[in-house]
Design a protein around this ligand. Structure first.
Ligand code: ATP
Length: 437
């Protein structure tokens, strides 16, 4: 039986993923496969942080098993399959009471839960990772699909839960998450050392931002999450987590390995002539204007695509990426990836295919005495020695420091879903074949 849930946390407390450990702690369920952390449209305004929903498959485990984490030092296993029948009603009651007990009671937190024997049609994931889905639409789909579902507050979390139920993991990565009990904090130097270590582990990505001194594996310290290390090699992640746990000044409560859609670019759509608010696009075109800045922190320019001018921006959080962006010139041929909000593409990464040539105009050499002529106004030159005049300037190509290539924003500005250039996710189907082989 599959269970999904969403929207249980506030900015200052809880993390929806933590509820997986609460479900296991009931002692009633084995995990079948790994739990899934499914990120949805990063532009949705009601998200708390990373717009993540969670799905787990539970049952009575049978077949091969593999390590999936620890709770209070005891190993948690993920099983290949499940035996016997499960009762959706009692599973729903269990998840409802876990959510009810743990969710953050505030206006913006509206949990939703879904229990279903089968995954939902994949388009329901696609809709929610790329666009905006209405609550009525999600509720109607659940009724048609015959799931057991429900919500607390306005129940908006049913949208994310239904989308998580529809994720197939054609492209996927892993994240191993360590949780604390209580409010233990970690000194900054230990965080940096651990993040640098994680960065060196096989297959990891987005662990540290060295330039901005940001240990990215350590998120907001006000939630139960101590760290999250992302990568494509689950054994390396389990080992990395053991090593980091030994560096921490306190014992963790639990560690769980999730399969996720992070780093997959699943939110990106190919631009086909239409731009809709809150969607993320990949667009190729020629730079239309020299970048300009508003007060030195955000940079703007335009991209000409099939005769249309699209406004694009590198905002302040993209830090050093802006110094590449501001060197763009009209005629540069590029592909940008970014979300469309307020009539502007907010760039997440950029590929420069070719750069245009820029020339500087200056006075020509006198054909009589071979001295450089003097400037006498626009397209008017005169030799100061012999008085020869000319209206034809000389041109020199200006050196451009910007090179064709792929430009990522720094780790601290990356969206969970963005696939950094140079990184490749894996596929769930292939992983499953190898996992229990
Ligand atoms: P965290 O990442 O810490 O779990 P969060 O950023 O996921 O927090 P939520 O608290 O889950 O934020 O809130 C996101 C809300 O937006 C949920 O109610 C979810 O159902 C809803 N939602 C997610 N994707 C969409 C979408 N594409 N269209 C409409 N609503 C959505």
């Amino acid at each position: 039986m599959y269970i999904s849930f969403d929207d249980t946390d506030s900015r200052n407390a809880m993390c929806t993923t933590f509820l997986v450990t609460e479900l296991i702690r009931t002692g009633k369920y084995d995990l079948i496969g790994y739990p899934s952390l499914v990120r949805l449209n990063p532009n949705i305004p009601y998200k708390t942080r990373g717009n993540g929903a969670v799905r787990v498959r539970v049952g009575k485990g049978n077949g091969n098993k593999t390590l999936c984490g620890y709770i209070r030092g005891d190993p948690v296993y993920s099983y290949e399959g499940s035996e016997g029948e499960e009762d959706p009603e009692s599973i729903f009651d269990d998840i409802y009471s876990i959510v009810e007990k743990n969710y953050q009671r505030e206006e913006n937190t509206n949990p939703g839960m879904v229990v279903s024997p089968d995954l939902f049609p994949e388009y329901m994931y696609k809709e929610a990772v790329t666009g905006e889905v209405g609550l009525d639409h999600a509720v109607r789909s659940n009724m048609e699909l015959g799931s057991k579902f429900g919500g607390i507050g306005n129940g908006r979390g049913i949208i994310g839960s239904s989308a998580a139920m529809a994720w197939r993991g054609k492209r996927m990565t892993y994240e191993i998450i360590g949780y604390r009990e209580g409010a233990h904090q970690i000194p900054e130097d230990i965080k940096m050392e651990a993040a640098l270590y994680a960065d060196g582990v096989d297959g990891t990505f987005n662990s540290v931002d060295i330039h901005n001194r940001y240990p990215a594996i350590f998120p907001n310290p006000r939630t139960p999450v101590v760290y999250g290390i992302r990568g494509v090699n689950r054994d390396s992640l389990l080992q990395a987590s053991d090593t980091i746990n030994r560096k921490l000044p306190f014992e963790l409560d639990s560690v769980i390995l999730f399969e996720t859609n992070q780093g997959t670019d699943d939110h990106v759509e190919h631009y086909g002539g239409d731009l809709q608010d809150l969607h993320t696009y990949r667009i190729t075109g020629s730079v239309g204007s020299r970048p300009f800045t508003s007060g030195g922190s955000h940079y703007f320019s335009t991209l000409t695509v099939s005769g249309r001018e699209v406004r694009m921006a590198a905002f302040e959080p993209t830090k050093e990426f802006r110094s590449s962006f501001r060197q763009l010139l009209p005629g540069d041929f590029i592909t940008i990836y970014g979300s469309f909000l307020k009539d502007t593409i907010n760039i997440e990464k950029m590929e420069i295919h070719s750069i245009s040539r820029e020339y500087v105009r200056f006075p020509p050499i006198c054909r009589e005495c071979e001295d450089r002529m003097a400037n006498r106004g626009k397209f008017s030159y005169e030799c100061e020695k012999c008085g020869t005049r000319s209206s034809i300037p000389a041109y020199n190509e200006k050196k451009r420091w910007l090179k064709p290539g792929k430009y990522n924003v720094p780790v601290m500005a990356r969206r969970h879903l963005s696939m950094p250039f140079g990184f490749s996710p894996i596929s769930m189907e292939k992983e499953k074949r190898e996992l229990f082989a």
